[in-house]
Design a protein around this ligand. Sequence first.
Ligand SMILES: [Fe+2]
Length: 462
Amino acid sequence: MANSLGRTFRDIGLNEGNNGKGIRLQGKISLACKVCHVRAVSTRNYQTTLLFLKVFVMKALHQDSEGVRRSYDLTVPPIVRFGSGRIAEVGSIATVLGNRIWLVLGKHSFATCVGRESLLDGFHQHGLEFQEVAHSCGEPTVQQLAKAVRSLPLDRENVVVVAVGGGSTIDFGKALSALATNIDPDTDESAEEMILDRLEGVGRGIPIDTPPLPFVAVPTTAGTGAEATRNAVLSCPKRRFKKSLRSTLMVPRAVVLDPSLIGSCNRNVIAASGIDCLTQLIESFICRSRWSVPRALVLDAFPDAMTALPSLLKNPLDKAAQSSLVHAAFISGVSLGNSGLGLAHGVAAAIGVECGASHGLACAALLPVALRVNQKIAENDLARLNQLLGGEVLPAPDGAQQLVERVIELCRFAGTPTRLSEFGLKRNRIPWVAEHSGGNSMRGNPVQLSLTELVQQLESIF
Ligand SMILES: [Fe+2]
């Protein structure tokens, strides 16, 4: 059957199953497109299922029924400065946004941050007042944010919030700048309630609709991509969840990417954040939305990231590797923020809630499983990524397999956990983890697993 682009479904990779009439399973007909991973399942006949698939494929190809490119949204920070030593420019960027700086810093990272003096000199040169208003400690919690909002100075005129630190610090600063203008609590308890009401899928679903204080992100690790996204992930140990505060208004007004800053990171931080970055690049590339602009950016960043991470693990001062990984981390944030993620991120959040596992390490343990689950349906995409890494050009199934092996080898070299038991998870809690691995990330995964299938997958890496 030809579609309106004049191509047959077979041309665009339709998998019609062994009998040429789709895969029949429990009375249903299942058809999948190998190119865009779209699957149509119907209890009706083959032709009807094919028509369903046609509609889904056209959507996934980002074209309407007349072949016109479908509309899309792209959200990225409006100002991005990339380059070694550019932390010195934070002051000149901030003068356009205000005249007083509120600093949000990592508990330990700022004292040892190589760019600290340059940053403060820049503030002095531009006559900017500055004060430290909050320190993040680990992944931000609702309770920490509630206390931080309550202790902010009352005068917020011409304030610019600048966060310098890893992904947790960036998220802390991003959330704080949004909450400062959107809630006005009398007590810590009411602050917590107001935050819960603004978290996705938790409270009353109140939107962040007042523009946040201008926020500038200065990452000192290379991995989370938080500097490029419009959400901040907050955990709530009391109620056992991790959820996002999200609004397009929350995307940072400026990002300063200074690769020299990650020279202060130790090997463990480089490994965890670097694998997080790779997971984000891969998951956003193969996920269901797979928008064309983020995908083009991933194709540019992925091969450099795969080479840079082992180099940086050997020598954290390798300048070429620093710049490649900082760039890739930013691109991973742009890509995940605009396309989505998948299984590794969906489950990592639940593992983090259950046993306090760090996000990057949980992603590292889950990435091989996520690749295995999606390997067949995403084999063209995975083979394409593999081809970028050099070597013999392999057909899709072999290329996808080689990419999986390359990623597993890199995780082994990084020394990140490979078993869920290494996080202190108890075997009898796997069903709870599977049940709480929902959210946007899981919805974006190319293969939709049932609860039983997900439990089986997690059991396999216990
Ligand atoms: Fe991540």
